[in-house]
Ligand binder design. Structure first.
Ligand code: GTP
Ligand code: MG
Length: 319
């Protein structure tokens, strides 16, 4: 019997010891600036803006947050800088809350497409999702639709083998749409509830990308109206802002419904979630915190803001 991954820990940042210094750093630094007795003036707004920029919130979001804070301070007649931290948290929460972050299981089966630039963590995420679904007692099947990279099928076989999750793969160079077609038929025959589709990241041109993803999407839609239920865009947190424009192309072409922020364990981009959501307009649904099958967690707004604005480092205790 395959060994199941450990249950995902609710508070994902606690699995990143020493990695999210800047996450904790922002809270500590804001507290340093919001000292009792300081006047709520230009200097303080400038400093707040700089800290938000340094935390990777992105210029647009950082300016909007400071502007909202400035207006709240005037409207509510705040006198004490300590009130700003509460106000900033509320503004941040307002931006992040109310977005659908759950993964849709609608469909018979539900099809989840995983797309993204090369090396961003697509194949690993597919395996993590298969492990998670299996842990929940949901049968899934994986379609190896990255036929572009010769070793992609082998990589999936190695990751899925220990889990005992089924894989549909064709020869390298085969038509990805044909792989998906076969996988859908196999999933229905076996009564699988979810089909996970791994796609290629290394495509030469946007034209090529459009054609290939378009064809995969058409096959899914014609076989199963209303599908795919999810199109998940993997985004490497480590590469930061440089990756966003490239990722946006994938997201737009594929019609992404959610972002998987991968490799968060290797980066310390505290405010990056704001930048991602504002630049891509797609909610972050999952975070990748390692290479193992269990290293995938739901993105939770309250937990994230707790960590981001914590007094120092990642908060200890609690579960
Ligand atoms: N530390 C860490 N490594 C990760 C994470 N997700 C993926 N990786 C690693 O990143 C590398 C690339 O991951 P893949 O899943 O192969 O990426 P991909 O998008 O499928 O790559 P291509 O198919 O070549 O486009 C691998 O070494 C993974 O183990 C994560 O959340 N944390
Ligand atoms: Mg891959």
């Amino acid at each position: 019997m395959a060994e199941l991954p450990p249950p995902p820990e609710r508070r994902w940042w606690r699995r990143l010891p020493g990695r999210l210094e800047r996450v904790g750093g922002l809270g500590a630094q804001l507290r340093g600036r919001f000292r009792p007795g300081r006047s709520l003036g230009e200097e303080l707004w400038e400093e707040t803006l700089e800290l938000l920029l340094a935390a990777d919130c992105g210029a647009v979001v950082a300016e909007e947050l400071v502007e909202a804070l400035r207006q709240s301070a005037a409207r509510e007649r705040w006198r004490e800088p300590a009130q700003l931290l509460e106000g900033l948290r509320a503004e941040m929460a307002r931006r992040l809350e109310g977005r659908e972050r759950g993964l849709s299981l609608a469909g018979d089966p539900a099809v989840w497409l995983v797309v993204g630039v090369n090396g961003s963590g697509k194949t690993t995420t597919v395996a993590k999702l298969a492990a998670r679904l299996q842990g929940q007692g949901t049968a899934s099947l994986v379609a190896a639709a990255d036929t572009f990279r010769a070793a992609a099928g082998e990589q999936l076989r190695a990751l899925l083998g220990p889990l005992g999750v089924g894989l549909v793969a064709h020869r390298p160079g085969a038509d990805p749409a044909a792989v998906v077609f076969d996988a859908l038929a196999a999933a229905r025959a076996r009564g699988c509830q979810v089909v996970l589709v791994d796609t290629a990241g290394r495509l030469h041109t946007k034209q090529n990308l459009m054609q290939e993803l378009g064809k995969v999407g058409r096959v899914v839609g014609s076989q199963l109206p209303g599908q795919p239920a999810e199109v998940l865009l993997t985004l490497d947190a480590y590469v930061g802002a440089n990756a966003l424009s490239q990722a946006r192309v994938f997201g737009e072409v594929a019609g992404a419904t959610g972002v998987v922020l991968t490799k968060l364990d290797g980066s310390a981009r505290g405010g990056y979630v704001f930048q991602v959501e504002s630049e891509l307009g797609i909610p972050v649904k999952l975070v990748g915190t390692g290479e193992g099958p269990g290293d995938l967690a739901d993105f939770e707004v309250a937990a994230y803001l707790d960590a981001l604005l914590a007094e120092e480092g990642a908060p200890a205790g609690g579960g």
